[in-house]
Write a protein that binds this ligand. Structure first.
Ligand code: 4AZ
Length: 294
């Protein structure tokens, strides 16, 4: 498909999703701040990935992630929420450092804006959301990771800000994207069985051909799977990053969630990519789930 047509479709999906987000003029996939658990990446910056959501279970530590896709809905992995009651789940939006620290080092000449962003982002701003409803894909198969996708409806609408925005969905007919690169971000471990990161980290990951991925992983690579990871340099998602988005800039540099962190064989091994749920396969399912009023 030509990229022009693809671009139109991205807009279309953005516009469709605008219908149920009270038609905010800001739109999806735009980050206000362009200043420049994750293996092989670097620490991000407040406001750089403003749709990132941190998932907490019963007052314990952050254990999964998600991406804000409307003013009320967060896209995540089924395995993050399939076995949990909505009342036991809490979601924090607009976070950079989960312990409230500023980025280190502070970008030059930008201390004030970093501080302002962080103040907007902290707990006194009421950025903790309870969950009204969890919709796990009806055909999710935990053993094979097939259809590892879910949508969480928040208990109240989100107010968008410089550090809270929603990400676009990809058009349903997105081409394979192999050999292009995407970004993944998260607060997960920086090595297999390593420790988590209190600051949001990000890493750029090349997208694999699905057949090469199947050969590398051995099984459970479906048309609905997207594989990505560093082939030369270690670059991957890891434990705690699950549910977070795989992100790619599309038309007008609007970011779309082309994947959802799903699983992998350990982390960061150049011969073993990370596995993602291929979001474009589920665009219609996502839109119809988000449109349900209850
Ligand atoms: C996990 O356990 C996990 N290397 C997520 C991603 C990957 C491995 C494990 C991919 O959440």
């Amino acid at each position: 498909m030509a990229f022009i047509a693809l671009s139109d479709l991205v807009y279309l999906v953005c516009l469709i999703s605008l219908q149920f987000t009270a038609a905010k003029p800001d739109g999806c996939g735009i980050r206000a701040n362009t200043q420049t658990r994750i293996v092989g990446g670097e620490i991000s910056y407040p406001g750089k990935w403003p749709w990132m959501a941190a998932f907490y279970r019963s007052n314990s530590n952050q254990y999964c992630a998600g991406a804000l896709i409307s003013d009320r809905h967060v896209l995540t992995a089924a395995h993050c929420v399939a076995a949990i009651q909505p009342s036991k789940l809490q979601i924090r939006l607009g976070e950079f450092d989960l312990s409230g620290r500023l980025p280190v080092p502070l970008p030059e000449n930008n201390n004030n804006s970093a501080r302002a962003l962080l103040e907007e982002n902290s707990a006194f701003q009421n950025n903790i959301y309870n969950v009204e409803k969890i919709t796990v894909h009806q055909q999710y198969e935990p053993r094979s990771h097939l259809h590892d996708i879910a949508i969480v409806r928040l208990n109240r609408p989100v107010e968008f800000s410089t550090v809270i925005q929603r990400i676009c969905l990809p058009p349903p007919s997105l081409p394979s994207l192999e050999d292009r690169t995407a970004f993944v971000a998260g607060w997960g471990t920086t090595a297999f069985l390593g420790s988590t990161s209190s600051s949001l980290r990000e890493v750029e990951v090349p997208i694999w051909n699905n057949q090469a991925c199947l050969e590398a992983i051995g099984k459970n690579v479906f048309d609905t799977t997207l594989c990505a990871g560093g082939r030369i340099k270690s670059a991957d998602a890891c434990q705690g990053d699950s549910g977070g988005p795989l992100m790619m800039p599309m038309v007008d540099d609007r970011w779309a969630a082309i994947g959802v962190v799903s699983w992998g064989i350990r982390c960061g091994e150049p011969t073993k990519p990370g596995l993602y749920t291929r979001t474009s396969h589920y665009t219609d399912w996502i839109l119809s789930t988000v449109q349900q009023r209850t």
